[in-house]
Design a protein around this ligand. Structure first.
Ligand code: PLP
Length: 370
């Protein structure tokens, strides 16, 4: 059996005709940026997250960077961020010449520990980037209060959280600003890259509208130093098509995740990162923690099963940081996680038989060790 980690072209293959029609319509229109499809998608994302304002960008990395800019983050300001995430949660901080302050994670969900965040706030702290990880989401209400009291901008890096919910709150609805990714690994993706910034703050939104378009204001004057961060109209149409199907997608992957949990629960060497029971996860990733991770990964590879490690290196340990100032507290839990996590395949096309095969091979591996 051969089980890939992701299948990127399934949406295209399953919807070829409709996609061709849509592409033809958009390409014929000659309207390739900021047309009707872009407006429609921004409306849909507001509806999905309950936010007042939505602005599409070229990527979530851009969305995070521009959000920090819109929040006025500048050289020497401190920005608190988890030690355990993808590089894009960090690089926008460095691009603002700000100082990242890395904090440790909780062992159960691998997301930043609230107490650690609070303990690391200083008078220089101007923003917190809270990363919602793997589709599971935290309720950030407590952090929102702290941030408001201390005049700190709370940015939700919800790159991985589109469609997830914590009770009635959607991924992308917490904090002052949320940023979501549409890169091809995400549950809803552009045919290329894309991102969105969501906020309820009109001033932030107005500033962002200038920043994504060379700093241009409503009178077409280039008022501030800006960037060029837009998403093609064609991608907006394709993303909207997928958003219409997002509930089906999430139901399907939740059923698959439940099947995984039932099977993996019986293997004592495996700890599963299970979403909080108040959360409906989009299951962007299905992550387990194990001993001898690299050996198990190799064993699964030999059995034809592709897996990945999210994340093998702590944000504070990337070589690029040698050129930057940063601060970090003890990252013991993050360090342990980076050495023990393994992401297993999960996507709607995965069959129950394939999950059985994956779990059987994990079980066999540990049985042979004992
Ligand atoms: C946690 C996190 N933040 C930010 C990003 C950046 O997203 P993009 O690739 O759209 O720039 C990603 C993408 O993988 C991510 O996983």
């Amino acid at each position: 059996m051969k089980i890939p980690f992701n299948i990127f072209n399934s949406f295209y293959l399953n919807n070829k005709e409709e996609i061709s029609k849509l592409s033809d319509e958009i390409l014929q229109s000659g309207n390739y940026i900021r047309g009707k499809k872009t407006d429609e998608l921004e409306q849909e994302l507001k509806k999905l997250t309950g936010r007042k304002y939505s602005l599409l960008t070229s990527s979530c990395t851009d969305a995070l960077f521009l959000s920090l800019k819109a929040a006025g983050i500048k050289r020497g300001d401190e920005v608190i961020v988890t030690g355990f995430s993808y590089i894009a949660s960090l690089s926008p901080i460095l691009m603002c010449d700000a100082i990242p302050v890395f904090v440790d994670i909780c062992e159960n969900d691998l997301m930043a520990n609230f107490d650690e965040i609070e303990n690391n706030i200083t008078e220089k702290t101007k923003a917190i980037i809270f990363v919602q990880l793997f589709g599971n989401i935290r309720n950030l209400a407590k952090l929102e209060i702290t941030a408001r009291d201390k005049d700190i901008t709370l940015i939700e890096d919800s790159a991985q959280a589109l469609g997830s919910k914590y009770e009635n709150n959607a991924g992308g609805s917490f904090g002052d600003i949320s940023c979501i990714s549409f890169d091809p690994t995400k549950v809803v993706s552009a045919f290329g890259t894309g991102g969105v910034v969501l906020t309820d703050n009109v001033e932030v939104y107005n500033q962002l509208r200038k920043l994504v378009h060379h700093g241009r204001n409503e009178n077409s004057e280039f008022e501030i130093l800006g960037y060029n961060s837009k998403i093609p109209e064609l991608n907006c149409g394709l993303i909207s098509m997928q958003i219409k199907e997002i509930d089906n997608y999430i139901n399907k992957v939740n059923q698959l995740a439940d099947h995984y949990y039932k099977k993996l629960e019986n293997i004592s060497s495996v700890q599963i990162i299970i979403p909080d029971d108040r959360c409906i996860s989009n299951h962007h990733k299905l992550v387990i923690r194990i001993k001898n991770r690299d050996k198990l990964k190799n064993h699964l590879k030999e059995c034809g099963i592709a897996t990945k490690i999210h994340y093998p290196v702590l944000l504070s340990d990337h070589p690029l940081l040698k050129d930057y100032k940063f601060r970090k507290s003890s990252l013991k839990n993050a360090q342990n996680a980076s050495q023990s996590v393994l992401s297993l395949p999960i996507y709607p096309e995965l069959s129950v038989n394939e999950i059985d095969y994956i779990c059987q091979n994990i079980s066999d591996y540990y049985n042979n060790q004992e």
